[in-house]
Ligand binder design. Structure first.
Ligand code: FAD
Ligand code: SIN
Length: 532
């Protein structure tokens, strides 16, 4: 089966849906998404979306905070573009119906998070992402030119080189093979422009704040197709996810610290003062490393986040979702400190793009968490991710419309997906075992504190698993679990290879072998590209 459209978008989070709305008047749009349309990281975002919205704040201050959090590896030109485009991008969300929280004076309530010198985070209570996703998905559903394909999982990109089975000086993206996971059928989606908006890769680690869809598919597909991948060593660990045997790394928003909560040891001693002048509101890499250190030194399983100085009414009003969820686990945050641990949260690296989201492959764009624009450098500033998704959704749309108005390509004869000697797998448990092995290996050897020895050990194990997957992949019928496993293994490999290349400690990459930051030799992106 073959479906063609002008724009194929892989992913239905803030980046993909923003792009879709901006191009839909100019051509037909297909959005494919692994589960239901709203099952995205966007939907789980809590804290908010950062932008300069108050008189006493400035673009310069937001840009400077972004550079400092990014350990000076952020690209200043991109930082300026994103920061300065912020107010309009957020106004666009408001215009389609996103309802951000206002204060008693009727003005947008601006909250604060780690690394921000000003209150500049718009939020919808503590479920900001749900509100943004709701507004975007409602607008998309109303547009006659947009078709959403739920439960469709992209398998691989189709490029001209692949279709013609020869090497080309400049490759062109023609669409993607997509598994319709309800009907177990691989469909060829052809498009003039293909957009990766497939989100992050938290699932490559054992503990993560991310939903299940975050398996790094976009990065892995782009790498296999020959695009450049950058800065994969910078996986951000969120300092505070709930530590509870039955909670799957539920996030306790940084806005909780923004509104005064204090990190404490089990004995009640506050400890962040020892690590940074901004204490509990230091950038995320510093807070996560501090917690990791406290847990190791004291032999504790978690630390505690204390907000008991605030009244129950205030907490219920400001953090209703967090308060309610914690109650279900038997924790009343108004009366007792919350047990927390760090967990993998955000991929700062990804598919390398220019300032319009264009990748190294013609007519292939990457936007949102899957991309590496240069905004986040070595560590993302809190609440800059939703902002980047909205801003680059628009920027890529402008470029994509220009691209198809200048030149359209014929869709060449593309071979349908070859299932080879596929038979139904009777060994699906192997997938689960390999999956667990990768995630545990990454957690143990490629976590918050690294060393060359541990990274090398991890790479050896990942390569062994990759060999097994490769046998398995071509022998058995593909399922979305098997696709994710292959992608997780590729992403794990890319993270370790980038980490091994960075012979310094900077932002989220901390190694005991090179504990200093080396601006002379290492102040540059780590870029990897597959050789064919
Ligand atoms: P996502 O929203 O993750 O969407 C990815 C889409 O791609 C999904 O639709 C998925 O199904 C689809 N997809 C993936 N692979 C495939 C495939 N192979 N085939 C088809 N479809 C595919 N950032 C902030 O700025 N502020 C916050 O307050 C904030 N809080 C957060 C809280 C949590 C718990 C989490 C997990 C993240 C948070 N973040 C926050 C980060 C932010 O939410 C994400 O970085 C951002 O939403 C990513 O948007 P996206 O559009 O790039 O991808
Ligand atoms: C949070 O609410 O702490 C998440 C904010 C972010 O990831 O930017």
């Amino acid at each position: 089966m073959k479906i063609t459209s002008d724009f194929l978008i892989i992913g239905s989070g803030i980046a993909g849906l923003s792009f879709a709305l901006k191009v839909a008047d100019e051509g037909s749009v297909s959005i494919i998404t692994k589960r239901e349309v709203y099952e995205t990281s966007t939907n789980y975002a809590q804290g908010g979306i950062a932008t300069v919205f108050s008189e006493d704040d400035s673009f310069e201050a937001h840009a400077e905070d972004t550079m400092v959090a990014g350990a000076q590896l952020s690209h200043r030109d991109i930082v300026d573009i994103v920061v300065e485009s912020g107010p309009k991008a957020i106004q666009d969300l408001i215009d389609i119906g996103a309802d951000f929280t206002k204060n008693n004076d009727g003005e947008y309530d601006l909250t604060r998070e780690g690394g921000h010198s000003h209150r500049r985070i718009l939020h919808a209570s503590d479920i900001t992402g749900r509100e943004i996703e709701r507004a975007l998905a409602a607008a998309v559903a109303k547009h006659p030119n947009i078709t959403v394909y739920e439960y469709h999982c992209a398998v691989d990109l189709i490029t001209e080189a692949k279709a013609r089975q020869r090497r080309l000086p400049e490759d062109l993206c023609l669409g993607a093979y997509v598994l319709d996971s309800k009907n177990n059928e691989v469909i060829t989606f052809g498009a003039q422009v293909t957009v990766l908006a497939s989100g992050g890769a938290g699932k490559v680690y054992l503990y993560t704040s991310n939903p299940d869809i975050a398996s790094g598919d976009g990065v892995a597909m782009a790498y296999r197709a020959g695009a450049s991948i950058a800065n994969m060593e910078f996986m951000q660990f969120h300092p505070t996810t709930l530590y509870h045997p039955h909670a799957k790394s539920f996030l306790i928003s940084e806005a909780v610290r923004g509104e005064g909560a204090i990190l404490k040891r089990a004995d009640g001693t506050a400890f962040m003062e020892k690590y940074h002048k901004l204490k509990d509101l230091a950038p995320r890499d510093i807070v996560a490393r501090a917690i990791d250190n406290e847990m190791k030194v004291n032999g504790d399983d978690c630390v505690f986040l204390d907000m008991t100085h605030q009244s129950e009414d205030y907490i219920r009003d400001r953090f209703p979702n967090i308060h309610e969820t914690l109650l279900k686990y038997g924790i009343d945050m108004a009366k007792e400190p919350i047990p927390v641990v760090p967990a993998a949260h955000y991929l700062c690296g990804g598919v390398q793009v220019d300032n319009h989201g264009q990748t190294a492959i013609k007519n292939l764009f990457a936007i949102g968490e899957v991309s590496c624009t240069g905004l986040h450098g070595a560590n993302r500033l809190a609440s800059n991710s939703l902002l980047e998704g909205a801003v680059f959704g628009e920027r890529a749309a402008v470029k994509a419309i220009e691209t198809i108005s200048k030149e359209t390509h014929e869709f060449p004869q593309v071979e349908p997906w070859d299932c080879g000697s596929a038979i139904d797998s009777d060994e699906e448990v192997v997938v689960t075992h390999n999956w667990n092995e990768i995630r545990l290996c990454m957690w143990n050897y490629v976590g918050i504190v690294r060393s060359d020895k541990r990274l090398t050990r991890a790479l050896r194990r990942i390569r062994m698993i990759q060999e097994e997957i490769s046998d398995y992949y071509w022998d058995f019928y593909i399922t979305s679990d098997l696709l994710e496993l292959r992608n997780l293994a590729t992403v794990a490999e890319l993270i370790v290879r980038c980490a091994l290349e960075r012979k310094e400690s900077r932002g989220l990459h901390y190694t005991i072998d090179y504990p200093e930051t080396d601006d002379i030799h290492c102040k540059k992106d780590t870029v990897i590209r597959k050789t064919f």
